[in-house]
Design a protein around this ligand. Structure first.
Ligand code: NAD
Length: 372
């Protein structure tokens, strides 16, 4: 892999400052051998972002851009590092020739967005000369990526390039829930299966739609009471308070909000047989995967089950172009990948997350994985 160039950008409009912070980021416990980390600041545009590139063994780093009112730059850096590492593993397990990266913009997506901000972000991505390809994540939508695309071609999820990935993510999670239910509960249908969905935003709401269509009985929670009520009414779902969703007695708990839903406070409250949802970094720490296994809760590794959107978007870069049939087939294969992980985990007496990590590392070491 060639050294990653950062193009200096004095010719760019605006006064964007891009600083390589890889060396100082090494002290962060989530560093995990990251290849490169930069800070991008454009005071005039209100941009303060961190872009983390974890690993490009299989190809250019892909990973969305999150906008969030982080308490500090250190908190933003930790989030970027954890998310970009997850993208490396996600790409490897999804069978696409890409690596892992992530961008985070420090700011409130409800009040802090502007066209200038996302154009400045686009210039920062462009300065990485194709080493990192961006897209949407929490707080960032298609319109924002359209603005970024005015400054760089290294962007997916624009109106012209794939759009909103969440329908594909929801499809992959639904397929993954079916695989988990088959493995743990021996059922071939979701009819009558109870599912608690935490967070009914872009992915969670569409997941509810699929599950309700298949006859599942739903419980929903969201910190936005309006969002929870809307899903409750649309899918005949029982609305519960955000803090109570962990303790609902269900077959499946589906975390579809933010990360670290499974932690020391919540793990003892769970009354589910399966955890399978879209959120990234569902386990606060890897040891929480072992705690789930000790409690006989089957965990579908997050970066495997939530890869549907990434699979569909990267197909925009496939030599034969995107086709819904190809995307559908590849996203449906998430179910087979999970079935293999669950079986291997049972055989080895290991947590599924540890098994998935191992398979991902095997794939990173396999040169055949560097092409479609
Ligand atoms: P979103 O912002 O549209 O939805 C998240 C929802 O969760 C919101 O309605 C929010 O109010 C709610 N929420 C936040 N904190 C909560 C809490 N403590 N309890 C209950 N509800 C809470 O985001 P999204 O695009 O639906 O993504 C959801 C998760 O899935 C994120 O972790 C994201 O990183 C992950 N993910 C999304 C995609 C995608 O295609 N959008 C792909 C892969 C992974």
């Amino acid at each position: 892999m060639e050294a990653l160039a950062v193009r200096e950008t004095p010719e760019m409009p605006g006064d964007i400052e891009i600083t390589d912070i890889t060396a100082e980021a090494r002290a962060n416990p989530a560093f995990d051998g990251h290849e490169r980390i930069v800070r991008a600041v454009d005071m005039a545009a209100g941009l303060h972002a961190i872009i983390a590139i974890h690993d490009r063994t299989l190809g250019p780093a892909i990973g969305g851009c999150r906008m969030w009112p982080y308490e500090s730059e250190d908190a933003a850096l930790t989030d970027a590092l954890r998310l970009s590492r997850g993208m490396t593993y996600k790409s490897a397990m999804a069978g696409v020739p890409f690596g892992g990266g992530k961008a985070v913009i420090l700011g409130d997506p409800r009040t802090g967005k502007s066209g200038a901000l996302f154009r400045a972000f686009g210039r920062a991505v462009d300065a990485l000369a194709g080493g990192y390809i961006t897209g949407e994540d929490v707080g960032v939508g298609v319109d924002d990526m359209n603005r970024a695309a005015e400054e760089t071609r290294h962007v997916l999820g624009t109106g012209e390039r794939g759009g909103d990935p969440s329908p594909w993510t929801a499809y992959g999670v639904a397929v993954g829930i079916e695989a988990a239910v088959r493995h743990r509960l021996g059922r071939d249908s979701l009819a009558g299966t109870t599912v608690a969905v935490q967070g009914v935003g872009s992915v969670g709401y569409k997941l509810c739609d699929r599950l309700a269509f298949q006859g599942a009985k739903l419980f929903v929670a969201d910190v936005s009471a309006e969002a929870a009520e809307r899903a409750g009414a649309a899918f005949d779902a029982t609305v519960v308070a955000p803090e109570e969703i962990y303790g609902v007695k269900v077959d499946v708990f589906a975390p579809c909000a933010l990360g670290a839903a499974i932690n020391d406070d919540t793990v003892g409250r769970l009354r589910c047989a399966i955890i399978a949802g879209s959120a990234n970094n569902q386990l606060r720490e890897a040891r929480h995967g072992d705690l789930l296994r000790d409690r006989n809760v089957l965990y579908a590794p997050d970066y495997v089950i939530n890869a549907g959107g990434a699979i569909a978007l990267t197909l925009q870069l496939h030599p034969d172009g995107f086709s819904p049939e190809r995307a559908g087939e590849r996203v449906a294969a998430i179910g087979w990948t999970l079935a293999e992980i669950f079986e291997r985990a049972d055989r080895e007496g290991a947590a599924p997350g540890a098994v998935a990590d191992r398979i991902a590392r095997e794939r990173l070491a396999d040169p055949a994985r560097r092409a479609w």
